[in-house]
Design a protein around this ligand. Structure first.
Ligand code: ZN
Length: 112
């Protein structure tokens, strides 16, 4: 069984409750009307498929229905954290504050 930590519910839940929604920090073009068809197509349809550490956007679809970012190793499935926050670039520093998701545990495995 694979568990994912939801930073909003603040608990580990079964993987079936979540859906991956693609890469985190995917920037929508600021002016879609100014994009060429190729640029817009790249934004809509083409994604990197890295081997190793990857930042992803997930939604707790059968829970709180909120979105959050995780850092996951695509080889080992290990989730190393729920960082960085939506809207922040990987590696960006930010000030700590209450409700901060820094340090939230990523995932746990059991039953193997
Ligand atoms: Zn949740």
């Amino acid at each position: 069984m694979f568990h994912i930590y939801c930073p909003w519910c603040q608990e580990h839940r079964e993987e079936e409750e979540f859906h991956a929604k693609g890469p985190a920090h995917l920037a929508r073009p600021k002016d879609p009307e100014a994009c060429s068809d190729e640029e817009w197509g790249d934004y809509l349809f083409f994604r990197d498929n890295p081997r190793g550490v990857h930042h992803e956007l997930w939604v707790h679809a059968v829970g709180c229905r909120k979105f959050f970012n995780i850092t996951r190793n695509t080889v080992t499935y290990e989730i190393t954290g729920n960082l960085p926050k939506i809207g922040e670039q990987p590696g960006a520093k930010r000030a700590g504050r209450s409700g901060d998701l820094t340090g939230a545990p990523g995932s746990t495995r059991s039953g193997q």
